[in-house]
Write a protein that binds this ligand. Structure first.
Ligand SMILES: [Fe+2]
Ligand SMILES: [Fe+2]
Length: 250
């Protein structure tokens, strides 16, 4: 019985493949099949897999359904958080998705789930991604202030949702937390953020995130220990489609 995570499956069984440049790298070739085999070799029905967003290219639930069925067919319990590309999942539809997939998938947004004595909390998150201006050496020298101000609003909205998730768990007596985001917790300009501060405030033991895929993005944010919290990037191509084990079974 163990806890695993991965993100950015970007499935497209029921829709057109988007972003062809990025997703045509070798690592994406037959990635659905590689991941399915890796899961069948690694996971049992007693394990829990948290999928941290960008599940599907589907523009709506109808197009995403075959992708969600693929996830349903993986071994173990599956918990999903939202990614920026998950058009099938409007925040207001979380309860409806939980009803529709009851007993098969669990959708984490504004609520929380549990694993042993841990509360699994999370939200999509957000982080400023430019536009940036770089010098000849590729160093960032300036950025779009208006876009940054807009990003800050989205960050505040996501922080509010994350706090709701922590508070719901705390009200029910949970004191041990693992925090899941789709976006990285910090932008390339930041050393810390509202997300790292909230993880520290509630004493989260780990922060798991994805979204950074393609080798150039793997080191955009915090990896490893920071202020006593373990930060892990779990985007699928970074993990080469092997689920990351969050907790070692005791
Ligand atoms: Fe992605
Ligand atoms: Fe993403």
């Amino acid at each position: 019985m163990s806890l695993y995570a991965i993100g950015d499956l970007h499935l497209h069984f029921g829709s057109e493949l988007k972003a062809p440049g990025q997703l045509h790298d070798r690592i994406w070739k037959n990635h659905e099949e590689k991941f399915r085999i890796n899961c069948s070799e690694l996971l049992t029905d007693q394990d829990t897999l948290v999928l941290v967003g960008d599940h599907s290219w589907g523009k709506n639930l109808e197009q995403a359904e075959p992708d969600l069925e693929y996830i349903c067919a993986l071994p173990g319990r599956k918990i999903l958080t939202r990614g920026n590309h998950d058009m099938f999942w409007d925040t207001k539809k979380t309860d409806a998705l939980n009803r529709q997939y009851a007993g098969r998938l669990e959708f984490l947004q504004g609520n929380y789930y549990t694993y042993q004595d841990y509360a699994l909390v999370g939200t999509k998150g957000y982080t400023f991604e430019g536009p940036f201006w770089v010098d000849r050496r590729g160093r960032i020298v300036d950025w779009d202030e208006e876009a940054m101000a807009h990003a800050q609003k989205l960050v505040q909205r996501e922080l509010k949702r994350l706090r709701e998730s922590f508070e719901a768990a705390r009200r029910d007596g949970y004191r041990k937390f693992i925090m899941f985001l789709h976006y990285p917790p910090t932008s390339v300009l930041e050393k810390k953020s509202g997300f790292t501060q909230m993880a520290e405030e509630y004493g989260a033991e780990q922060v798991i995130y994805a979204h950074c895929h393609g080798e150039a993005r793997f080191h955009d944010s915090i990896m490893g220990m920071f202020h006593g919290i373990q930060y892990s990037l779990v985007s699928g191509d970074y993990l080469k489609w092997h689920p990351y084990q969050i907790l070692i079974p005791q």
